[in-house]
Design a protein around this ligand. Structure first.
Ligand code: ZN
Length: 195
């Protein structure tokens, strides 16, 4: 944990975190979220820490989005990491304004339509691949290459297989085929099943 300045101790100190439930209103809806407060480890006084401030500024938005079923800034960050793509290139691929996703990361609340589109992209690598191949001319070659490579990562295959196993177990009458179909140009395997 980084050092911060405690005005009480008049020096750099380590801090510890405490969590407080806070009620606020976002878009007219009452939202309860957890606020993080940093305290000086030596005297217990509240101290200011940048990373804590960043967390608190986004926390009510995350709580609101979770409550109403919209994608959260955290889910967007995870999705971008998963496909090794930046917020600007992905906005361009989707035909949106270049800064759309950056604004969502900074706490602007997406519309249902845009939220659903992002959830669909992040939850479905095959769909992302289609969008990527179709719109490759809209982004820089290096961004295209990185995103395409992300689809080749083996952990996706594991994830796809575990989805398949769950579906398999849920079906009473199993009638399925597993295809090692080549997904586009990169050999990404997609199991096919029907129940
Ligand atoms: Zn102190």
């Amino acid at each position: 944990m980084k050092n911060v300045i405690c005005v009480n101790c008049r020096k750099h100190v380590e801090y510890e975190l405490k969590y407080v439930k806070v009620k606020t209103f976002v878009k007219g809806e009452e939202v309860v979220y957890t606020q993080v407060v940093a305290h000086c480890k030596e005297c217990g006084a509240e101290v200011w820490a940048e990373e804590v401030d960043d967390l608190n500024s986004i926390a009510p938005i995350v709580a609101y989005c979770e409550m109403v079923g919209l994608i959260t800034p955290i889910q967007i960050q995870e999705g971008l990491k998963k496909y090794n793509i930046g917020s600007r290139p992905l906005s361009k691929l989707l035909g949106w304004s270049e800064v759309t996703i950056t604004r969502y990361l900074n706490g602007k609340i997406p519309t249902k339509e845009y939220s659903d589109k992002l959830l669909e992209i992040f939850n479905n690598p095959e769909y992302f691949e289609k969008v990527l191949l179709k719109n490759k001319g809209k982004i820089k070659p290096i961004a295209y290459k990185k995103a395409l490579e992300s689809l080749n990562r083996t952990d996706y295959n594991v994830e796809e297989i575990s989805c398949f196993v769950v579906s398999y177990n849920l079906c009473a009458n199993i009638n399925y085929t597993v295809s090692k179909m080549q997904g586009g140009v990169n050999g990404w395997h997609q199991p096919i099943y029907s129940c």
